[in-house]
Design a protein around this ligand. Structure first.
Ligand code: SIN
Length: 522
C-alpha cells in the first residue's frame, strides 16, 4: 500500500482510478476543500490515459464551432448519442482545456497558437496534442505530479472490492483490496467516484494496457447500479501487428496527416468503402481492414505515410516513430503492418450529465461511465475530453450534496444465474472467445455460444472462489467475466447493425433498435 498521507477512516470523496478522469476529479474536489482519497490498481500514473496519442478534441480553431463539433459527434454516434450530453461536451470543451493548462499540461503550439491536428470524421482540425503523439503521457504525468504536490492521499496497488450502503441505501463508502499486501481496507465516504476506465482487456488484441479490465463496470453492476450500451466496443483500425511484438496503437492522427491504407496485394482499399476513405468513421475503417485481411488471407493491412519527410515524422509522431524503429520499421520508408484491436468501451455505468448513477452517492466519470455521449461509435479524441467535462460536473454535484441518483430504467434486463460444471477459464480464454465471437463482426450463432460459455465460466468461477478472492488476477477475471457476459448478451439481443456493433445476420440499422440496452442485477 502506498499512501502519500496516512489514510483516514472517512473522506468527503473517494475516487477509484488514477487516469485523467480520476485525477482531474480528485484535483477539482481538493481545490474546493474536500478531503479526497484516490485508490488505484497500479501505480498512480499507470492508466489507459498515458497511452492516448491523438489528443483531445475541442472546437478552438478560428473556423471551428461547438455546433460543428456537436454535429460530428452526433453523426459518428449512429443515432444513439444523447443530444444534451453532446451539447455539454462540445460547448464546455474550451473551459476544460483551460483547466488542464492551469494544471500544468503543455499542449503543442507553433508561433504562439495551439497546434490543431485532424482526425477521422471531424469536419475541422480540432485535436489539441502534446509532445507530438504523447498527449496522454503529458496529461497523466502532469496531473499525477500535481496531485502528489497538492498532498492528495493516494493508495496504489489496491482495487475497489465492494460498495458500502447506509440505511437509506445511499453509497457511503468502499471496501478496498490491497492486492500486494493481501489485506482488505474500508473507507467511509460522502461520495464515491468510479473512474476506472474501460474493458479493452476483454479482447485478445487491444491497444489498452493490462489495467483495463472493466473493474468499475463489474463492481457497479454487481452492486445494483445500471449499466448500458455494453454491446458497443470500439475497435481501432490501426494497431501495429507484427509477430512477437506487443500491440501498439498507431494513432488515427497519422491518417489525419495523410497516411493511406493498402491491402497486402498493394491495393489502396478505403475509397471503395466510404467517400471519406481513410478518414471515414473508425468503425467503417476497422471493418474494411478486417474484410481486406480476410480476402487477402493476411493478418494485417499496411499503413503508408512515406510521403512525409523523416524529420517531420520524428517530430510529429515521436513515440510511434521510435517504436516502429525499434522493430525495424522506418515510418518514412516502410509501410507499417497494422490490424484492428479493441480500443474503447462506449458502454458503461449509466449516468446523467452530472455523473450520477442509479445509486445515490455513486458517480461514474470517463470511460467507465455511459452518458450516451458517444452513442454507438465514439468520435476520435472525444474520450479525453469527456473525462474532464463530466468529472467537473460530478464534482460540482458532489459539492452541492444534491445527489439523489437517477431514476432506474423500468425494463432493465439482468443476467440469469446458471450452473457450473466446467473448469474455471484463464483470462486468455475469455479474451480469445470475445475476440472470435463478440468481435468486429458478429452473428447470432457465435454470440449465443459466447453467452452460454461465459455464463458457465462465471458460475464455475463463483463456485471456486466462494471463500473469497485472494489475488489481483482473480479480481480481474471476475470483472472480465461480468463485462464479457454483459457485452455478449447485449450483442445477441441487438438484432441490427449500428455503429461499432455489426451483425452479419442483421447488417442494417433498424429503427426499433434506436434505443439503449440497460442491465441491472436484481
Ligand atoms: C488515436 O490516437 O488514434 C486514438 C485517439 C482516440 O481514441 O480518440
Amino acid at each position: 500500500m502506498t499512501s502519500h498521507q496516512p489514510p483516514q477512516a472517512r473522506y468527503d470523496v473517494v475516487v477509484v482510478g488514477s487516469g485523467i478522469a480520476g485525477l482531474y476529479a480528485a484535483l477539482q474536489a481538493h481545490e474546493h476543500g474536500s478531503s479526497v482519497l484516490v485508490v488505484t490498481k497500479g501505480s498512480i500514473d499507470e492508466a489507459n490515459t498515458r497511452y492516448a496519442q491523438g489528443g483531445i478534441a475541442a472546437a478552438v480553431g478560428p473556423e471551428d464551432s461547438a455546433e460543428s463539433h456537436w454535429q460530428d459527434t452526433m453523426d459518428a454516434g449512429a443515432g444513439l448519442v444523447d443530444e444534451e450530453a453532446a451539447h455539454v461536451l462540445t460547448s464546455e470543451a474550451a473551459d476544460r482545456i483551460a483547466d488542464l493548462v492551469r494544471y500544468g499540461v503543455r499542449f503543442d503550439a507553433s508561433d504562439g497558437e495551439v497546434s490543431l491536428g485532424r482526425e477521422a470524421a471531424h469536419s475541422h482540425s480540432r485535436i489539441l496534442h502534446a509532445g507530438g503523439d504523447a498527449t496522454g503521457l503529458e496529461i497523466e504525468l502532469s496531473l499525477a505530479g500535481l496531485a502528489q504536490r497538492e498532498g492528495v492521499t493516494v493508495i496504489e496497488h489496491a482495487l475497489a472490492d465492494g460498495l458500502l450502503r447506509d440505511s437509506a441505501g445511499r453509497v457511503s463508502g468502499i471496501d478496498v483490496f490491497d492486492w500486494r499486501g493481501s489485506i482488505g481496507l474500508r473507507f467511509e465516504a460522502g461520495a464515491v467516484v468510479l473512474a476506472t476506465g474501460g474493458a479493452g482487456q476483454l479482447y485478445r488484441y487491444t491497444t489498452n494496457p493490462p489495467v483495463a479490465t472493466g473493474d468499475g463496470i463489474a463492481l457497479a453492476y454487481r452492486s445494483g447500479a445500471e449499466v448500458m450500451d455494453l454491446e458497443f466496443t470500439q475497435f481501432h483500425p490501426t494497431a501495429l501487428r507484427l509477430p512477437g511484438v506487443p500491440v501498439f496503437l498507431i494513432s488515427e492522427a497519422v491518417r489525419g496527416e495523410g497516411a493511406l491504407l493498402y491491402n497486402t496485394r498493394g491495393e489502396r482499399f478505403m475509397p471503395k468503402y466510404h467517400p471519406l476513405a481513410e478518414l471515414a468513421p473508425r468503425d467503417v475503417v476497422a471493418r474494411a481492414a478486417t474484410r481486406e485481411m480476410a480476402e487477402t488471407g493476411s493478418d494485417h493491412v499496411l499503413l503508408d505515410i512515406t510521403t512525409r519527410d523523416e524529420d517531420w515524422l520524428a517530430a510529429r509522431f515521436p513515440q510511434i516513430y521510435r517504436t516502429c524503429l525499434d522493430v525495424g520499421l522506418n515510418l518514412a520508408h516502410d509501410r507499417i503492418p497494422v490490424s484492428p484491436a479493441s480500443h474503447y468501451t462506449m458502454g458503461g455505468v449509466r449516468t446523467n450529465i452530472w455523473g450520477e448513477t442509479t445509486l445515490p452517492g455513486l458517480y461514474a466519470v470517463g470511460e467507465v461511465a455511459c452518458t450516451s455521449v458517444h452513442g454507438a461509435n465514439r468520435l476520435a479524441s472525444n474520450s479525453l475530453l469527456e473525462t474532464v467535462i463530466f468529472a467537473k460536473r460530478a464534482v460540482q454535484r458532489i459539492l452541492e450534496d444534491a445527489s439523489g441518483g437517477i431514476a432506474p430504467t423500468p425494463d432493465a434486463r439482468s443476467l440469469p444465474a446458471t450452473h457450473d460444471g466446467v473448469p474455471v477459464p484463464g483470462a486468455d480464454e475469455v479474451r480469445a472467445l470475445m475476440w472470435d465471437n463478440v468481435g468486429i463482426e458478429r452473428d447470432g450463432a457465435r454470440l449465443r455460444e459466447a453467452v452460454d460459455r461465459l455464463a458457465h465460466w462465471q458460475a464455475a468461477f463463483e463456485a471456486a472462489t466462494r471463500g473469497g478472492l485472494v489475488s489481483r488476477a482473480q479480481h480481474e477475471l471476475r470483472s472480465l467475466l461480468t463485462c464479457g457476459r454483459l457485452a455478449a448478451d447485449a450483442a445477441l439481443a441487438r438484432e441490427e447493425s449500428r455503429g461499432a456493433h455489426y451483425r452479419l445476420d442483421f447488417p442494417e440499422p433498424r429503427e426499433e433498435w434506436r434505443r439503449h440496452l440497460v442491465y441491472r442485477a436484481w
